[in-house]
Design a protein around this ligand. Structure first.
Ligand code: PAF
Length: 298
């Protein structure tokens, strides 16, 4: 087989290197990630690549978006694999900083003791959008997401940025941030990618045992069931939610929420009249998974 010559990809670890590399690029697309890249991320890269050949990927497991009892420490960090996947997918620039680079006042040499207020403590928040669903179950999560994404946007100055629809609340919050802070960035949504058995691709799937994975399939099956019911005319969300809950409970999943919300306001709706997101967050063993389907959407 003839060898394939891959274009060289630049990997940078500091903010100043990232700024310098970015300055050499034209119209650019950013795909922000926490690494442990899977097919879903790669589809976002491909989507970015269709917009411009200048694709930047950030790989950073952002500590400020994890709660104290969440899986920050055990979050997978297969850096070498991630880099080769990015290269194969045609990324040009990878920004892979350490926590002390991004948050010197929290993790650097001059850090204050944990919990001590500091002049650089930053909060960008959209309380109306972040007090529900994930934000309600993961207090502070979206403050951390907005903080890191705003920093990445400022450092890398992308013209467009790609986010997955699996994290639909995150996507909604990022769009709000871009609009509210007048950031000159187009936010593009990439569809949720699924394994052949239907499970939504997630970096956390690798934590599932074979038995847990089989039970986790009830999440996508429940969403398909509800989407089918909606197609056959069911409009009352309480009926859709009950079908979903029953299917998850049959598999002994621990439900954080099953909700039907307006796709724009994220407020619960009683009937599916406009774009409505049917969203699930549930635990299978120690692994927390989320998934959703948009009813009446585009
Ligand atoms: O979706 C993610 O992987 C993260 O929340 C993001 C957007 C990279 C911010 O850390």
């Amino acid at each position: 087989m003839q060898g394939v010559l891959l274009p060289r990809m630049q990997v940078v670890r500091t903010i100043s290197e990232a700024r310098a590399a970015r300055a050499e690029m034209g119209r650019s697309a950013l795909v922000p990630t926490m690494g442990a890249l899977h097919g879903g991320h790669l589809s976002l890269l491909r989507l970015a690549r269709r917009q411009t050949e200048n694709v930047i990927v950030s790989i950073f497991v952002n500590p400020t978006q994890f709660g104290p009892r969440e899986d920050f420490k055990r979050y997978p960090r297969p850096v070498e694999d991630d880099l080769s996947r990015c290269e194969q997918a045609g990324a040009q620039l990878i920004f892979i900083p350490e926590p002390q680079e991004m948050y010197p006042h929290l993790f650097g040499a001059t850090q204050a003791p944990a919990g001590t207020p500091h002049p650089l403590d930053t909060i960008v928040d959209f309380p109306f959008l972040t007090s529900v669903l994930e934000g309600k179950h993961r207090p502070g999560h979206f403050k951390g997401v907005c903080q890191i994404v705003a920093k990445l946007f400022n450092i890398l100055r992308p013209d467009l940025a790609v986010f997955g629809q699996k994290d639909f609340q995150q996507l909604r919050v990022i769009r709000a941030m871009v609009e509210s802070l007048n950031l000159p960035i187009d936010v593009i949504a990439g569809p949720t990618l699924r394994d052949t058995d239907g499970l939504a691709m997630s970096s956390r799937n690798q934590f599932l045992s074979t038995e847990e994975r089989a039970r986790a399939l009830s999440i996508s099956r429940a969403l398909s069931l509800a989407a089918g019911e909606h197609r056959s005319g069911v409009r009352q969300t309480n009926r859709l939610i009950t079908s979903v809950q029953n299917m998850l409970l049959e598999q002994h999943l621990n439900i954080d929420y099953v909700a039907a919300v307006d796709a724009d306001t994220l407020r619960p709706v009683q009937t599916v009249d406009g774009p409505t997101v049917l969203a699930i967050a549930a635990r299978v063993g120690n692994t927390r998974l989320i998934d959703n389907v948009v009813l009446n959407g585009d």
